[in-house]
Ligand binder design. Structure first.
Ligand code: ARG
Length: 570
């Protein structure tokens, strides 16, 4: 348990003891300002109300019974019954010195199997900015679960099946040299789409080929397969550029479930969950109604026998729960698919594809907007290709480096531009609450001020430069003895890293980790101003170097969990 949880548990126990009820909550949180201590328990007021007692008197009783000597130098009661806890310097010193520098957080004691579905683009189109958020956010979440010792299984649920592939393979079939054509995927999509939209005969042939493909025609299947292979290569290239951990072994695409769909229908049918509606087969659930109050179906088979997106997702849930044995299945997908997931989750539970204990979670995210407040597009209104976007980020970072540090070698400039450009794009996204729409803006993401990648990377590099300048070893052992208020604030913040990581695993909001790192960097700056490091001596110097070291390690670990590379020199 982290410090916050420990305090919460201890105080909750005292509350239960006093009230004789078991479900008391201490509601421990960080204090808003140091005058109210470091942690504050807010749960006394609610309990007092329930017991019809005076909250302040109840707080006195709690405080009299509470033994926090191990952690706190004092416990105060404030206002109507807040309990303010002032953590002692001794406790903080002892805890920071005891940290395992290679891990910094306490690994989980009960590892779960977590399946995470993210990125999952549609292969019938080039990967575009719409897939950026899910890819970046999902990857940060995946990295964090893994780091904490959970069994983490990535699933890249590529859309590789469906009617659009008829169009693409027909175009392939009718080219003399389909391989060259495919080397420029984007041009290939455009040409196929153009023919599909403007040539009715082509469209008819394309529809015919969908039927052939789905009934297992060898030639169609082969063309389809070669198309998919090229597309996957294309995605992998982007993942690599973006420092995303997805590999080809994580690809479990829609087509993987083809031979499981009939079984899904059969199972729903046996359980009496299917209703015919206009020839289609649907599941109607009371919980889902449209605006007019009419029942909303989850359609699982079209009248022509074809299956749907929802059918594949039901098969996916069964596979993830029954074969992969997931405790939690996380879907990092666009908010617009919210209703879809609510429906399939409900059907999956009802039909027993997912066990009751298995937690199915849609981690949704908002739309990426341009500065004009409309979904992010190029000036001519086209969707922006990821490849171009990443290239532009690196270019912009390069001009910055050139301007700030013209004396660096070309190789160093390139390296820094690469890290800063990619990090800026990723961090800007991660630092926002994923539920909100987010405005893509080069200037703010590349700024050295505020909660940005350049600021964070600079803060990290700066600590390295302290050690470099003094020719000191940043990896040596330093003993921390916390004395001044600035030292205390920094050391306590470092201890709270584990609280933030624990919270990330529960709610899956990487922006909380970004905020923590940003605050940490700020607290470090105040510490560095108030407490001379290199000019101090003896134990004090050792201790302050230790705080610098631990800050660097924490920044690096936090950024690594977010998928952000760091630089020792900038
Ligand atoms: N391919 C879908 C899209 O591009 C996202 C898939 C998300 N995962 C899932 N299991 N439905 O919108």
């Amino acid at each position: 348990m982290n410090l916050k949880q420990t305090l919460d548990q201890k105080i909750s126990l005292v509350l239960s003891d006093i009230s004789g009820t078991s479900d008391c909550q201490a509601l421990v949180n960080h204090s808003k300002s140091t005058q109210f201590g470091d942690y504050q328990a807010n749960g006394v007021m609610a309990l007092a109300k329930r017991l019809k007692q005076n909250p302040r008197e109840l707080a006195e009783k709690v405080s009299a019974k509470l033994d926090l000597n191990e952690f706190a130098e004092k416990v105060e009661i404030a206002g109507p019954g807040f309990i303010n806890i002032f953590i002692s310097n001794e406790f903080i010193s002892q805890q920071v010195n005891a940290l395992d520098k290679t891990q910094l957080v306490v690994k989980t004691q009960n590892a779960q199997t977590i399946v995470i579905d993210y990125s999952s683009p549609n292969l019938a189109k080039e990967m575009h900015v719409g897939h950026l958020r899910g890819t970046i956010i999902g990857d940060a979440i995946a990295r964090t679960f893994e780091w904490m010792g959970h069994k983490l299984i990535r699933q890249n649920h590529f859309g590789d099946w469906g009617t659009q592939f008829g169009m693409l393979i027909t175009h392939m079939l009718e080219q003399d040299d389909a391989t060259t054509e495919l080397s420029n995927l984007e041009a290939f999509y455009r040409a196929s789409k153009q023919r599909f939209d403007n040539d009715p005969d082509f469209a008819t042939r394309a529809r015919g080929n969908v039927v052939k493909l789905q009934s297992g025609d060898e030639q169609c299947l082969q063309l389809w397969k070669s198309f998919i292979d090229v597309s996957i290569q294309h995605c992998q290239e982007i993942y690599q550029k973006l420092n995303i951990t997805l590999t080809e072994t994580d690809v479990v695409p829609e087509s993987f479930y083809n031979n499981k769909l009939a079984g899904i229908l059969e199972s729903l049918d046996k359980q009496g969950l299917l209703t015919q509606s206009d020839g289609a087969r649907c599941v109607f659930l009371d919980a889902f109604k449209n605006k007019e109050g009419e029942p909303l179906p989850t359609i699982v088979q079209k009248s022509d026998g074809g299956y749907l997106y929802a059918t594949t997702d039901l098969a996916g849930i069964e596979y993830r729960c029954q074969t992969l044995h997931a405790n939690r299945v996380l879907y990092v997908v666009d908010a617009r698919q919210g209703l879809h997931f609510q429906q399939v989750f409900t059907v999956a539970k009802l039909a027993g594809f997912a066990d009751k204990e298995c937690s199915l979670e849609h981690l949704s995210y908002g739309t990426m907007m341009g500065k004009d407040g409309k979904p992010f597009k190029t000036r001519s209104g086209d969707t922006i290709k990821l490849r171009d976007l990443l290239g532009e980020g690196i270019e912009r970072a390069y001009s910055q480096v050139e301007e700030k540090n013209p004396d660096l070698s070309e190789k160093e400039k390139q390296k820094i531009a690469n890290v800063v450009g990619i990090s800026a794009i990723k961090y800007a996204d991660l630092a926002k609450n994923r539920n909100s729409d987010y405005i893509f803006d080069w200037d703010s993401m590349l700024s050295f001020e505020g909660n940005t990648a350049p600021y964070m990377l600079y803060a990290y590099a700066r600590i390295h430069s302290i050690f470099r300048r003094a020719e000191l070893d940043i990896d040596a052992d330093y003993r921390i003895i916390v004395e001044s208020p600035e030292e205390k604030e920094l050391a306590l913040k470092l201890l709270q890293f584990t609280e933030v990581v624990d919270a990330l695993l529960e709610e899956c909001y990487p922006n909380q980790l970004c905020l923590y790192l940003y605050e940490l960097a700020g607290i470090f700056m105040s510490f560095y101003e108030a407490c001379p490091v290199l000019k101090s001596e003896g134990q004090v110097k050792q201790s302050r170097l230790g705080l610098c070291q631990l800050t660097a390690l924490t920044l690096k670990q936090g950024l690594t969990l977010l998928g952000i590379e760091t630089l020792k020199k900038m």
